[in-house]
Design a protein around this ligand. Structure first.
Ligand code: FAD
Length: 475
């Protein structure tokens, strides 16, 4: 995808040497083959370029990099696991990449306070495992958890599949350590739930996508580890039926309902067809599916899940359902769901949307968006799936069968405009959990409150007066 951004001036050999001196010879990458993994992302949608990738090993090194960059007006792109989906971590125009991956220490686990202090480069799955080792839960969970990092999760304010019960990344962080553009370190690694001592600075940096500073560590909340996790895969007729089932599940399970994922049949089709080892858990096909999970501190989750499904069957909401009988069956259900994004690739071009609308409006949104997209491009194949419990859908549109991929992808913004019009009319958001990056940067001023944009620009100017922090992203 072409990104309309001014190129940054070339980096002199003298400056490269100065940056190299900060991180050491081996952690300053300049050779094309070394730099390659940092300038493109998994889906190959964004391609960047950089003269230099820096891999600092401490907060002090990050601070020294920012100080030097500030003194010479050098643009920096912070990068974690490079799994972001909106081009925020890509150096589109020759900026210096600051990879946080070597900041991978878990500094402290405090089970009495139920907190864990992780450096920014700790991989999400490692944080989850560490919490499990001390009989706690770190509930953030997403398809990229094997490679995304805590710093990236907070910078994008990631959502994922457990947000229904535990909230998004923002709600899981108590404190942050952040290096500012000029190299100053904001030490706000608080463990406190209650701390009313002025403005909430932490929340400025969460979701800022690296445009206000570099997160180097975070104090995260830990939760009780569930004693029972029960998962069901359900076939039903429509998103409206799924919404009714959600209502039953929330009434029966309350806070122990941790996931409620909706999937269209075509999304399941793609996943089964293209995902390695992915199988349809039900014997017959259904127009829609729900993957529902309960996590309970007590052992009664199975009975609760059965009661939800029985009520669903009685009320004619559920057509068929299967409960996972083992960990491997549960993992198989989730694999089917997790493969849905990747499984669209072999079907040709896919125009993506990560939207949210009020939960009650999801069925109406899907009906209107499907009709509008097919009217715009005959034969286009909407592939809706996502976190129904949060009103958040990955409303992706695959190209017509046998159509020209380039022609279809050239209509990305046209399709976006049609979908976003419906989203906004319903009081929704054009970016529910993936962020703005460069992908939605140009749409943001059109859809966000004018005063909010002015304030965002004012904060940016205050914290990054030279505009060196991830320039051209978000704003
Ligand atoms: P990166 O991709 O490296 O960076 C993302 C952004 O954060 C960039 O703007 C970057 O500049 C900035 N950044 C990174 N680290 C720092 C730091 N330490 N300080 C300041 N800025 C920083 N997202 C969801 O929300 N929910 C999902 O369910 C979900 N599922 C996914 C499934 C798959 C298969 C994939 C590939 C992605 C998915 N994502 C999802 C998107 C992505 O995984 C998240 O956005 C994740 O939080 C990014 O983390 P990262 O470490 O890879 O960050």
């Amino acid at each position: 995808m072409n990104i309309n951004q001014p190129a940054v001036p070339p980096l002199s050999p003298d400056l490269i040497a100065k940056f190299r001196a900060v991180v050491g010879e081996r952690q300053a990458l300049t050779a094309a083959e070394d730099v390659a993994p940092y300038v493109t992302e998994e889906r190959n949608l964004f391609h960047g370029r950089t003269p230099l990738v820096l891999r600092p090993g401490s907060t002090a090194e990050v601070a020294a990099i920012c100080k030097l960059a500030s003194a010479h007006g050098i643009a920096l792109v912070p990068q974690g696991g490079n799994t972001g989906l909106v081009g925020g971590q890509t150096p589109h125009n020759g900026e210096v990449v600051v990879s946080l991956k070597r900041l991978d220490r878990i500094r402290e686990v405090d089970t009495a306070s139920n907190t864990m202090t992780c450096e920014a480069g700790v991989v999400l799955q490692v944080a989850q495992q560490k919490a499990a080792e001390v009989d706690r839960l770190f509930p953030l969970s997403l398809g990229a958890e094997g490679s995304c990092t805590i710093g990236g999760n907070l910078s994008t304010n990631a959502g994922g599949t457990a947000a229904l019960a535990y909230g998004v990344a923002r709600e899981m962080a108590l404190g942050l350590e952040v290096v500012l553009a000029d190299g100053r370190v904001l030490n706000a690694l608080s463990k406190l739930k209650k701390d009313n001592t002025g403005y909430d600075l932490r929340n400025l940096f969460i979701g800022a996508e690296g445009t206000l500073g570099i997160i180097t560590a975070a104090t995260l909340k830990l939760f009780p580890k569930p004693r029972a996790i029960e998962t069901a895969f359900v076939g039903l007729q429509s998103p409206a039926q799924a919404l009714k089932l959600l209502s039953i599940a929330q009434a029966e399970a309350a806070g122990s309902l941790t996931s409620f994922e909706l999937m269209a049949e075509i999304a399941l089709d793609f996943s089964v067809k293209h995902g390695i080892g992915v199988r349809d858990p039900l014997s017959e096909r259904h127009p829609w599916y729900v993957l529902m999970e309960l996590s309970s501190p007590r052992e009664d989750a199975r009975a609760t899940l059965e009661a939800i499904l029985e009520k669903g069957l009685e009320d004619g909401i559920v057509d068929d359902a299967v409960l996972a009988d083992s960990l491997s069956q549960r993992q198989a259900f989730w694999k089917l769901r997790d493969e849905m994004s990747a499984a669209q690739k072999p079907e040709g071009g896919s125009i993506k949307h990560d939207i949210s609308v009020p939960v009650a409006a999801v069925p109406e949104f899907i009906a209107e968006a499907n009709a509008a997209v097919v009217k715009l491009i005959a034969g286009a194949r909407p592939v809706p799936f996502g976190h129904l419990g949060d009103g958040n859908l990955h409303y992706n549109v695959s190209q017509p069968v046998g159509g020209d991929t380039a022609d279809f992808m050239a209509r990305w913004h046209e399709v976006n405009a049609v979908v976003f019009e419906i989203v906004l009319r319903m009081g929704g958001s054009i970016s529910a959990e993936h962020g703005i990056g460069v992908l939605k940067r140009d749409e943001l001023p059109e859809v966000k409150d004018k005063t909010a944009i002015e304030l965002m620009r004012a904060f940016k100017a205050l914290l990054d007066p030279l505009g060196i922090m991830n320039p051209g992203k978000v704003l």
